[in-house]
Write a new protein. Sequence first.
Length: 618
Amino acid sequence: MFEYPKWKLGLVVVLIVLAALYSLPNAFPEQPAIQISASRGATIDAALEGRVEGTLKGKEIPYFGVKRTEDRLMVRFDDADLQLKASTALKEDLGQNYIVALNLASTVPGWLSAIHARPVTKGLDLQGGVHFLMEVDQVAARTKLEERYVTEVYQILRTAKIAYRSVTPTRDGLSIQLITNADRDKALTELAEKSPDLLVEEAVSSDTLLLARIKPEKIAEAQKHTIEQNVTTLRNRVSELGVAEPIIAQQGQTRIVVQLPGVQDTAAAKKILGATATLEYRAVNDTANAEEAATTGRVPPDSKLYYEKNGRPVLLKKEVIATGDQLVDATSGYDQQSGTPMVSVRLDSVGGSRMLDFTSENVGRPMAVVYIERIPEFKMVDGKEVRSSKETQTVISVATIRGVFSNQFQTTGLESSTYAKDLALLLRAGSLAVPVDIIEERIIGPSLGADNIKRGMEATVIGFVLICVFVVIYYRLVGVVAVVGLMVNLLLLLAVLSALGATLTMPGIAGIVLTLGMAVDANVLIAERIREEIRSGNSPVNSLRAGYEKAWGTILDANLTTLFAAVAMFAFGAGPVKGFAVTLLTGILTSMFSAVMVTQMIMSLIYGNRRKVTSISV
């Protein structure tokens, strides 16, 4: 008898049932939807839900499935045309306080979601999305570098107790105005020793003026670091916002490519990518009158005029104590004493050391928190999109230092919990080192993605049918069993890709088609081995058993070589190559399982219970 162990039978059945469950979400298509989220302190509440429904009814736009959560509102529509009409109407009605974004809402039943079953994530070429080419503002990078050296020169001169009039950035570097020739000579020595990245020389026009140029290699290094930091920040920001499988990579010396699958609203994507939000901690100049400075325009040379959210002027020192660049972590919550929203921050060792030094010397004096935000704006002028940006610097908190602290503390005075969450998100993701400008954008629409899916499915189905016809005609019953094994293989492959959260792309579909060919190859090896054993005079049952046992080694060797190639492509490839490698790697494993264990189980069910097997249909 050709028996199959009961534990193996149970294992195969359980795996097939699980595969069916975890591949089932792919049968539920996503629906066009609009996602509304709050911006700049606005709230998501019942009043907003009523306002949205009123707008849609007023415009006679049919909708269904309104769902409100703590931080967003989701409205579903029957088709993409209604979705676009609703988006235009809601943007006009809600204004700048809310982000209205096109989205795709899941229709997977709740019981499937409860067991974490989800559909395969589609890549940019299948789902559609947006492609951006960004240019890093190298002028801003140079300006930021010069400002850093201005602060460094200030500190060197003060530490060495050298009198000076001013330190200002110029077109070619820094201008350092000293008081006397002795100060000039001492400054030359100190700067040469303490700041070797500056090339300092005496000016011809004045005996007490020094001109400092930043070394070219230092500028190049800073520009390289700037674009690398921006790439990392964009990756973190997109990751925090939950965009699946984005592609963010440097292109050339000054450009960054960003591809966001599933994102249909370019305006929302631009706002996500281009917004720059960070914090600065500065000392308050409490020896001067801020109201008078705002009225007369006369600001002390070591200070800068800022405004609070209520419009009240505040004079802050130019020297920054700590910035968002030195932030390690940020979490939102509520202040235990006042109950108001706050952000708890943790600084790195450099920022913590600077904060410790400052608070140690300034207990009882005020310190301010400046919220800096640079928001890209896109307007249509004469049929053309005009890009600009708006930067706001607002004092969100002025508090008296009650004790000494270093790298862990709270920032309070935030206007809402949503505001605190958004700020914490951007701080965790990191601020852009310098602004970026979008110089090219392309929208890959869902229709193109649907066409790719259609072509890919046609290729898969045609390939599958041709394989099935061949093996059934040539190997008869064993061929039919092989076809069932192929179906189980597809089911397992889809379930594993769904469970892993892998992204399916066109190269991935090619990997699936290749997997089918390789899977039938294993079945061909088994069938031919069974035929060979029968020709050698073995009994049908022994031939069946020997066919599986002796073909296993050949199947393993053939698949291992491809497995190694797939691992190498996954480890060293990127983008389409990695997508192909994922499906190929998964397909090899599922093919070996289905070709050997599944088909062997079916053959045992057919021939295992017969008392006498006279022949095998092969």
